[in-house]
Design a protein around this ligand. Structure first.
Ligand code: SAH
Ligand code: SF4
Ligand code: F3S
Length: 465
């Protein structure tokens, strides 16, 4: 589970079936965890109409690119990938169908159709339940090839209620969309207005995951701690916050670990902080993006809080849960950022201390207010600031990981590692952890004594208790 990274993941579930009417589906996923979740859901939607996941686009009947628009580089990848796909489609004699889904589809659907004739259909993040219908339409060469409606509720209501799982961990989207409109960000435009799924629907999905062996669920939302979903039927007319939802989910037998991401500092309420203190199933880890340390820049970003307020919030969270590890996101070179402003970011990082972080050069996104702001920062200045920030962040990350040496941590084993007899799992603070052990242990939570720590992972030995 790459956290918040714009990882490219290709995953297929079952092995290929040889049945004549089985069609091959290849999905390539870019962007955030929600896209990973959405790709799994697309597989679930397509399974009943005969599509089986495969690991390569070569020879696939349907290729789906699930795209990300967050930064320029992420969006560009789609067009270069489509170039490669075009050759494979030609090889198939035009039989292969090509779909572009995700945030680039939502943001520039028309442009994709124009620039890349190889594409048969384009569908935004709220249209995935319509995939089978759209494929049928394309096959008959009838009707619209572009679906970018914004009905998030319909999407969740019409998706299959059951999930196919892949290992002991899973993502579960509970909230989608964003009303915050940070001035650098495309998400409110690509994912639409904030929408929270009803508690009952989430519980049903969580139960279906646990019944298939899932022991850790990460609750997803672009603004997950703004969650306010309809309460269970018996308590009609009410809505629940994220804290209440987590307490409720933690009661599901067999669901041992819960996480959530991504949170906005403004929505971190006391009820949720109390759940961090009181609920052992909620892992002691919190991703809380700060973006910048300068109040002037935070204001220009429309983050709606000052650095002092962020610091106070962190103090409150740490008082409630002292061992909690914090991670964050940072942007350098937002329009108008001076050297002094940037130094405030470095000072903030020094002062707060993060167990891990993601940091990016500001990328002007078409249609967002930031792109039109004066004082755009030159590329070389952004690169230089990013390097200084990352030096500090990686040092903090290594120091945090090294502080775990000698401790015994609980690790949920996800699979085998690269080495002989090596297992791989996640520690409570999300680091990948490697150790020697029997394959039969996959899916279990075990105690591992940490003996070694690198920048991104831990190594240890299985301990008895
Ligand atoms: N909902 C989350 C962020 C989702 S996007 C939040 O409120 O913080 C993930 C991260 O990408 C952001 O935290 C930000 O650091 C980065 N990001 C978003 N837009 C960006 C842009 N235009 N340029 C550079 N980084 C950006
Ligand atoms: Fe983007 Fe801001 Fe919404 Fe996060 S809170 S998704 S950064 S607009
Ligand atoms: Fe990218 Fe869309 Fe996620 S822009 S980060 S895939 S919400």
């Amino acid at each position: 589970m790459g956290h918040q990274t714009l990882a490219e993941t290709t995953k297929s579930g079952q092995s290929e079936s040889k049945t004549a009417n089985t069609k091959k589906l290849f999905i390539k996923t870019y962007g955030c965890q929600m896209n990973v979740y959405d790709s799994e859901r697309m597989r679930d939607v397509l399974a009943p109409v005969g599509y089986t996941p495969v690991d390569s686009p070569d020879g696939a009947d349907l290729v789906v690119l699930n795209t990300c628009h967050i930064r320029e580089k992420a969006a560009e990848k789609v067009y270069s990938e489509l170039g490669r796909i075009r050759k494979l489609k030609e090889k198939s004699g035009g039989k292969m169908k090509v779909a572009v889904a995700g945030c680039v589809a939502q943001a520039e659907g028309e442009e994709i159709m124009r620039r890349a004739p190889v594409v048969d259909l384009v569908l935004g993040p709220q249209s995935y339940h319509k995939l089978p219908e759209m494929i049928a339409r394309v096959s008959r060469k009838l009707g619209e090839r572009l679906e970018t409606d914004f009905d998030t509720q319909e999407k969740f209501d019409l998706m299959p209620q059951t999930r196919t799982v892949d290992g002991p961990t899973a993502f579960l989207t509970i909230q989608e969309g964003c009303d915050k409109f940070c001035t650098f960000c495309v998400v409110p435009y690509t994912r639409g207005a904030e929408f929270s799924r009803p508690v009952d629907q989430i519980v049903a999905e969580a139960r279906s995951l646990v019944a298939q062996g899932v022991r850790e669920i990460t609750l997803l939302g672009q603004n997950v701690n703004a969650y306010h979903g309809a309460a269970p039927k018996l308590e009609a007319d009410e809505s629940w916050g994220l804290g209440q939802l987590i307490k409720h989910l933690a009661k599901i037998g067999g669901l041992d670990r819960l996480r959530y991401t991504t949170s906005h500092p403004r929505d971190m309420d006391d009820a949720l902080i109390e759940v961090h203190r009181d609920e052992p199933a909620l892992m002691p880890y919190l991703h809380l993006p700060l973006q910048a340390g300068s109040d002037r820049i935070l204001k220009a970003m429309n983050r709606d809080h000052t650095y002092a307020e962020f610091k106070k919030l962190v103090a409150k969270i740490r008082a409630a849960k002292p061992e909690l590890a914090l991670s964050s996101d940072f942007i350098v070179g937002f329009p108008g950022e001076s050297e002094l402003d940037f130094k405030r970011t470095l000072e903030a990082v020094e002062e707060i201390g993060f167990a891990s972080s993601f940091s990016f050069k500001y990328s002007p996104r078409p249609g967002t207010p930031g792109a039109a702001m004066p004082g755009q920062v030159p590329e070389d200045v952004k690169s230089e600031r990013l390097a200084r920030l990352q030096k500090l962040l990686t040092a903090q990350q290594l120091a945090f990981n090294q502080s775990l040496i000698g401790k015994t941590l609980s690790v949920l084993i996800e699979g085998t590692g690269r080495g002989e007899n090596e297992l791989f799992g996640r520690a409570p603070y999300l680091q990948g952890t490697h150790f020697i052990g029997d394959e039969n242990l996959i899916g279990n939570i075990v105690s591992v004594e940490i003996t070694d720590a690198g920048q991104n992972s831990l190594r240890g030995i299985l301990s008895d208790g």
